[in-house]
Design a protein around this ligand. Structure first.
Ligand SMILES: [Zn+2]
Length: 200
């Protein structure tokens, strides 16, 4: 910007950045006249691009911005345990396109027992949560396989609880008429599927 001394009419070229944003006093180096100068209007704004700039345009302070980014990362990574504690959030996660799936790495089938009474097959067992957070229980699939691996029966099993506290178990039980059950192999496996609210 150009400054003209009102007293001796000397013209000075100075850097815009040299003037404080709120304006300031300047002193003429020729005649020592002192006067007030306003900061020049900001002529140039970097164009906004991306999430961070948008948030900056919303005038979120940097600490808030960091918090938002941190929380969204944490919510993404820990949406399983979080929704196990707060099931009401499952639909919110689904609403933004994030499905919740049981973490099968922390779940274990224990104490599987199958018994027959005639053709009536009874299967019971437990799902153990080895994680240090509450976990979503997973639905199970019961398969009864004949000697030549033909599927005699297949059924979805739902455990007693939707959620399993850290280090705890939930039970499952089913009874079902199965022909030739006496010769069959009983298998129970986890079904991995998105945990929608109506799963159980
Ligand atoms: Zn002057």
């Amino acid at each position: 910007m150009l400054l003209t001394c009102a007293q001796c009419k000397t013209i000075f070229r100075i850097d815009n950045a040299a003037i404080a944003p709120e304006g300031q006093k300047v002193r003429c180096s020729v005649c020592a006249h002192i006067w007030d100068v306003k900061a020049p209007a900001q002529a140039y704004h970097a164009p906004a691009s991306g999430f961070v700039d948008i948030l900056q345009k919303l005038r979120l302070p940097a600490s808030m911005l960091l918090l938002v980014m941190l929380l969204s990362g944490v919510l993404f990574s820990f949406r399983g345990p979080i929704t196990a504690h707060f099931p009401g959030l499952i639909s919110s996660f689904n609403g933004i396109g994030l499905t919740i799936e049981p973490n099968l790495e922390v779940l274990e089938i224990r104490n599987l027992q199958a018994s027959y009474q005639g053709n009536l097959l009874r299967v019971r067992g437990q799902i153990f949560n080895s994680d240090s957070f509450t976990a979503h229980a997973a639905p199970l699939q019961l398969q009864v396989l004949g000697a030549d691996n033909t599927v005699l029966a297949r059924e979805k099993l739902v455990p007693d609880s939707k959620f399993i506290a850290a280090g705890q178990t939930t039970d499952f039980f089913v009874q079902k008429e199965v022909e030739k059950a006496g010769n069959a192999e009983v298998r129970v496996d986890f079904l991995s599927e998105s945990l929608l609210l109506d799963m159980f």
